[in-house]
Design a protein around this ligand. Sequence first.
Ligand SMILES: [Zn+2]
Ligand SMILES: [Zn+2]
Ligand SMILES: [Zn+2]
Length: 450
Amino acid sequence: MGTNMGLVFFPAFDWAISPTHPEREERLLYTKDQLFEEGVLDFPQIREYKAEPASPKDVARAHFCVPDVSAQATEAHLIAAGATLVLARALCQGEIDRGFALVRPPGHHAMRVAHGNRGFCNINNEAIMVEYLRRHYGFRRLAIVDTDVHHGDGTQDIYYNDPDVLYISFHQDGRTLYPGSGFPEEVGGPAAGGYTLNVPLPPGTTDEGIHFVLDEFILPVLEEFSPELVINSAGQDNHYTDPLANMAFSAQGYARLNEKLKPHLAVLEGGYAIETALPYVNLGIILAMAGLDYSWVREPDYPRGGLSEPAGIRPYLKELVERLWSLWRRRGSIMDGSFRREGDFYRRSRSIYYDTDQIREYQEERVRHCSGCPGYTLLSSRARRPGREEVAIYAVSIPWQACPRCQDEAREEYDRAVSSPGAHRYLYLQDKPRDTYLCFDARTGVETPC
Ligand SMILES: [Zn+2]
Ligand SMILES: [Zn+2]
Ligand SMILES: [Zn+2]
């Protein structure tokens, strides 16, 4: 008896950034060939599901799409996100114990406000899945472990002030790789300091180094947090052959990581070594998730004698793990230093760059201080795409944990903003307690559900 395991493939044939872009459909086609060749889909415990599109409302639970969901999410995006919901449903209905959504486009760089494409992502597949699980199945405490080589800055952003989602990301150090963030001091917002944990790894880190961090920090912290579900943002670009990064992880390393982490749901993120890494890494992960033997999975070019850890990495990792433990122990009493208390609110300003679409966004975020809940968030954001006029939006987000006073205050704030929009073209309400998502167009005076 193994574990019942669900798979969804969605290679998105009709979506690409450009014909020669590394984020393309072959990323999944070679994996599928490999699985057929090895007969993996014939195992009785492995079941394949068909992807279905997510609804605009599913997306609006996670994002403020500017101006609306259809502007940010093509059909391919909705199907990739929807594929994760198919597996979430199968899991909650007891059909499967674990699920892996092998989909593209990826999502972990898509932030709460979505003006365009960042790091190949428009909408965040994991966040859409988490919000769906919470809304439809009542989950509360969840952990997202991001094993992509890039910092999952979008997922971090969406859950930055949510103490019920533990977000842990390990990635190649942001000083040496896109998106340039993901440092230990990014610990979370005013109500959730310590519930975002970033583990920047030096270029060249091997299986040994990653497993050291996993064994000495990530797994014990997960045990202390004891989430109801563990979700894996499964990026395969830590692989030693990946063309976009400089790490030295192997298919065996990834499979063993998965066996230890035991994620309930995994969602594919990056991984751009289409022939030399993805078929083996994904195969290893699928076998590990299904509780099957993966010891024979090996890249054809894997160096004899293995990949050795560069000198200096282990002492660095030991110090890093110690520092992260001290942040985790102080969770709830620390916060990201870029927030400043101003009266009843914490405020921070940021500039966000969308590399793919060359958009520069300026965002001001205010989080209501409240002793009874994480507080609601007010976002003022303006962005300019080359050759187009600037768009300014104002958004009110009410978390599902909001206390009655914060809920009332936030809804009044949205009504106030609608009656005097100022320079804001679009006004949004994300009301999670009522599961209501509204967009008001100040130019036409029309309010529509998202
Ligand atoms: Zn990561
Ligand atoms: Zn990546
Ligand atoms: Zn409150």
